[in-house]
Design a protein around this ligand. Structure first.
Ligand SMILES: Cc1cc2nc3c(=O)[nH]c(=O)nc-3n(C[C@H](O)[C@H](O)[C@H](O)COP(=O)(O)OP(=O)(O)OC[C@H]3O[C@@H](n4cnc5c(N)ncnc54)[C@H](O)[C@@H]3O)c2cc1C
Length: 407
């Protein structure tokens, strides 16, 4: 893989400038607000408004970051935001999940219509949600039950079902809902629908109280005879019919394309985990230099300094896996060894490991709610669960490297 040109570990001036700008926002606006919004367990609207005002919460920012010639800008920005606070970062980045689904599946006209509605404008902020998971369909997405029935007479789709664990669920102005149009085809019978603001039959169900990332709203989304125009089927009816016909004949193209989309988006989630890990590592390093016990700074104990050495090494290894996968996705290089999953697996587990070590280094001072390290420890855990659990990442990697159809 080293033969490809264009990848550099030396960041360009543009990349450094944007990453520095995002870092400044994270340090000045996000971090000071982190404790408050973690305690409130609500979407931090004033912070999103602030991010929209400076252009950070906007379609333009996400589009420019995606278009970065080096392919790393979105990963850099995600790390910086999450370094500020992971829950607030997810409130800012969460709409991008719906954006990815619209970009991956929508026609150019649909993208033109719906993408701006995921963000709105600084004076009229919108948020979006991507709803796939259900109570009986988490890791096993193929068993989802939300149905989409086509009412030909009205050229409308009728959605019924309950989605769960949805980021921005029910609060969002626009939901992209994945539903089953042909149960016999499993995941090959899935299609994605845009449910815009003001649609009848969509409502928020239970809101979840969580272990971490509590400034990010997570809830059920209930669809009850929810009707959307035929034009809201992403990709359009002709493309869906052709895809279903191919699937009935045993074709696997759609599934393979979806896998490649997932692989390409995983490094951006992984970059958020790197942001939390970095925050905890930096904090623990400073603390270990200042905290004195037995008449000397605790960092002078090898037990502490070696732990910090391991934290730094794993942190950098995680970031390198993230950058490699982000760059591969950017140039369209095939993920032969599921490099996107590798980045998500390693960064998620590294964030949990590093934040746990940071609590240990701070001792009692790391165990209390006033300490950011306590929050980072709680926040890190979600990165081994959502966007594919660690076990599912291992499954994807094992399949890719073995060629064996493991289950
Ligand atoms: C805070 C939060 C936000 C979320 N946001 C969204 C969102 O915006 N949109 C959305 O659609 N979903 C979202 N999710 C859902 C998330 O993607 C799922 O929780 C995740 O995919 C795991 O599904 P599950 O919780 O049903 O666990 P299960 O699939 O029930 O897994 C339980 C355990 O079994 C293991 N397991 C399952 N299958 C296998 C296997 N084959 N081999 C080995 N182990 C296995 C899992 O790894 C896990 O340890 C969110 C979840 C949370 C908690």
């Amino acid at each position: 893989m080293a033969t490809d040109e264009g990848f550099s570990l030396t960041l360009s001036e543009d990349q450094l400038e944007v990453a520095g700008w995002v870092h400044e926002f994270a340090e000045r606006v996000i971090r000071p607000a982190a404790h408050e919004w973690d305690e409130r367990e609500e979407t931090p609207w004033p912070i999103i408004e602030e991010a929209a005002k400076v252009g950070l919460y906007s379609l333009d920012f996400v589009a420019n970051a995606f278009a970065d010639p080096g392919g790393l800008l979105l990963a850099l920005a995600s790390e910086e935001l999450s370094w500020g606070d992971a829950g607030i970062a997810l409130s800012i980045l969460g709409s991008a999940l719906a954006v990815s689904a619209i970009v991956a599946n929508g026609t150019p006209e649909q993208q033109g219509e719906w993408l701006p509605q995921c963000y709105g404008s600084p004076g009229d902020i919108k948020i979006a949600a991507f709803a796939v998971s259900e109570a009986n369909a988490g890791s096993d997405v193929s068993s989802l039950r939300t149905s989409a029935h086509y009412d030909e007479a009205k050229d409308e789709w009728v959605l019924n079902g309950t989605k769960t664990w949805i980021t921005n669920g029910g609060l969002a102005n626009l939901h992209v809902v994945v539903a089953q149009v042909d149960p016999e085809l499993g995941s090959r019978g899935h299609a994605s629908f845009v449910v815009p603001e003001g649609t009848r039959g969509i409502a928020q169900g239970r809101k979840f109280k969580k272990l971490g990332i509590r400034a990010s709203h997570t809830a059920e989304v209930v669809l009850d005879e929810c009707r959307v125009p035929g034009a809201n089927l992403l990709g359009g009816k002709d493309r869906l019919d052709a895809r279903l016909a191919r699937a009935r004949e045993g074709g696997r193209t759609a599934t393979q394309a979806a896998m490649s989309t997932f692989e390409a988006s995983r490094p951006y989630v992984a970059a958020q985990a790197v942001g939390i890990a970095r925050a905890a590592y930096e904090y623990a390093l400073d603390y270990a230099k200042q905290r004195e016990q037995f008449g000397r700074p605790i960092i002078e104990n090898q037990g502490i300094s070696f732990t910090l050495a391991d934290m730094k090494t794993r942190l950098d290894a995680a970031r390198l896996l993230v950058w490699r996968a982000a760059w591969m996705g950017h140039i369209g290089k095939p993920f032969a060894a599921a490099e996107g999953s590798q980045s998500k697996l390693f960064a998620g587990e590294t964030a949990v490991w590093i934040t746990e070590r940071a609590v240990q280094i701070l001792g009692g001072a790391g165990y209390v709610r006033e300490s950011p390290v306590e929050r980072w420890y709680r926040d890190s855990k979600i990165y081994t669960i959502f966007e594919g659990t660690s076990e599912i990442q291992r499954l994807v990697i094992a399949r890719a490297i073995s060629g064996v159809r493991l289950t």
